[in-house]
Design a protein around this ligand. Structure first.
Ligand SMILES: [Zn+2]
Length: 51
């Protein structure tokens, strides 16, 4: 998962795929060119679905 903070409404959106376009689900702003942030919920490399 990747995370971006919308520069228009400042809400965080998440996507499992950073390929292609990334549109803010809240206000519809185009976040494609924003850098994605590391997820805050788990460390990189960990699989949150693993038990
Ligand atoms: Zn937005």
């Amino acid at each position: 998962m990747h995370r971006k903070i919308c520069t228009n409404c400042e809400r965080a959106s998440h996507s499992a795929d950073i390929e292609g376009s990334w549109i803010c689900p809240y206000c519809g702003a185009d976040l494609t060119n924003l850098p994605s942030l590391p997820p805050e919920d788990f460390e990189p490399g960990q699989d949150p679905t693993a038990t």
